[in-house]
Design a protein around this ligand. Structure first.
Ligand code: ATP
Ligand code: MG
Length: 420
């Protein structure tokens, strides 16, 4: 075989495609309940949009971005995440004035040059949402409950929700300085962390390699200003009122620089190292940083492949709703146009949202192999066009589970199929 999908990409078909569709459908339903509207974004943007918003010293910008120049020498990047693009679109389309409420969701693939492994790809799908211009802790709680609602509606259980606060530009610098002092005394940090002590010391907190060494660092809670402290307490009160249990996790800092105040991550047991299904938080400075007005915002993104892996662990995939198939077959080629006609008519008259699919006819195949196909497709019923029956205005309706069949009038067929 000459061609292979590029390393870290994967084809999604069959049961996997059903599963990801179901997840996307579920998400759209939940987004509708929470009043989020869809935004479709470009797959590539100016590379600088990402480096400026995600942060120069983050993993994504330092080593994971697919950057290329186009034929006119513009520096572009395949999007590694959605938030920067939504913010760009919010500013470019003046959504602050043009939408009564800017609550947007997106579904699409993201690109990161990472070492491929289970639950980690170079092209993967995310579903995410952003809520602009609401500084209230209620917006943080809404985004968190929305994330949880999507995952639970899809069927996941035993989620653990980790929350933390990163403070704001008023209180975080003091904490950063304190952390820096501690880290300077720490001898054997990994190379990445050593390099980051000066520029991005908080990232050391969620370094997987160094997590054991940094357990006794000072906690940000002791450094928060009143505003951030109250905000974090209010978010927690709202979550408690909504019966949403959570874990306060002082080491949760997230890999992107733009977060302020609340950050969270939803994890699922049993997924090994790639246990983060979704993550998000507040980013009150990003919009101004990208040239807009001072606009608070909060958002989240979930990784579709990881959610599907978690669903596999629960054997949820076996429960995915499958279309019931009606196969129309012919005994000989002469009746193939009549059979085709019935297929077209049945498809046209199916109710929207019906779980029936109509298939056939395969007039080049023998009846035997058409019936074998019906078996392999798990068809519920087969309509067989036979010469003698057709001459009487009839067809044969075969029930695949009971293996019984009856001769019925063609005019009756629609009623018989649709009612069952
Ligand atoms: P991780 O710590 O696992 O690298 P992250 O912090 O880089 O995750 P985010 O940028 O917050 O992840 O993205 C949100 C979600 O997208 C993650 O929780 C995860 O489910 C998913 N995700 C991130 N990177 C990948 C990837 N390379 N392949 C598949 N899913 C991913
Ligand atoms: Mg990552």
């Amino acid at each position: 075989m000459k061609y292979k999908a590029p390393r870290g990409t994967h084809d999604i078909f069959g049961a996997q495609a059903e599963k990801i569709n179901k997840l996307e459908q579920t998400s759209r339903q939940v987004f509708r309940k929470y009043n989020y509207g869809e935004i479709r974004l470009p797959t590539f943007e100016a590379a600088e949009l990402f480096s400026r918003s995600i942060g120069e010293t983050t993993d994504i910008v330092e080593k994971e971005m697919y950057v290329f120049s186009d034929r006119k020498g513009r520096q572009l990047a395949l999007r590694p995440e959605g938030t920067a693009s939504v913010v760009r679109a919010y500013l470019e389309n003046k959504l602050e004035q043009n939408l009564p409420l800017a609550k947007l969701y997106y579904i699409g693939s993201m690109f990161r040059y990472e070492r491929p492994q289970a639950g980690r790809y170079r092209e993967f799908f995310q579903i995410g949402a952003e809520y602009f211009n609401n500084p209230s802790p209620a917006a943080d709680a809404e985004i968190l409950l929305l994330t949880k609602d999507i995952l639970e509606t899809y069927g996941l259980k035993d989620l653990s929700i980790h929350v933390n606060t990163l403070g704001c530009l008023k209180c975080r610098p003091k904490y950063k300085d304190e952390i820096k002092k501690y880290l300077k005394n720490e001898k054997d940090l990994c190379e990445d962390c050593k390099r980051r002590i000066d520029k991005n010391p908080l990232r050391v907190l969620d370094c997987k390699k160094d997590s054991q060494k940094i357990n006794n660092l000072p906690k940000i809670q002791e450094y928060l200003c009143d505003d951030c402290n109250n905000h974090f307490n209010d978010v927690q009160d709202l979550l408690k009122q909504a019966d949403c249990s959570y874990i306060i996790d002082h080491n949760l800092v997230r890999g992107l620089d733009y977060y302020t105040k609340t950050v969270f991550e939803v994890r699922s047991a049993g997924l090994g190292a790639q246990d983060a299904l979704a993550a998000g938080g507040r980013y009150d400075n990003l919009i101004k940083h990208l040239g807009g007005n001072d606009t608070p915002a909060v958002g989240f993104a979930l990784g579709s492949e990881r959610v599907m892996l978690a669903a596999d662990n629960l054997k949820l995939s076996e429960k995915t709703i499958k279309n019931k198939i009606i196969l129309v077959a012919v005994v000989n080629k002469d009746l193939s146009k009549n059979a085709f006609n019935l297929v077209a008519k049945l498809r046209k008259n199916l109710d929207e949202g019906s779980s029936l699919a109509v298939e056939g006819p395969f007039s080049e195949k023998s009846l035997k192999s058409q019936l074998r196909l019906a078996d392999r497709l798990n068809a519920a019923k087969v309509v067989i066009f036979g010469e003698e029956e057709y001459a009487r205005g009839n067809v044969i309706l075969r029930d695949m589970s009971s293996q019984s069949q009856q001769e019925v009038n063609i005019a009756e067929i629609e009623k018989l199929i649709f009612k069952s």
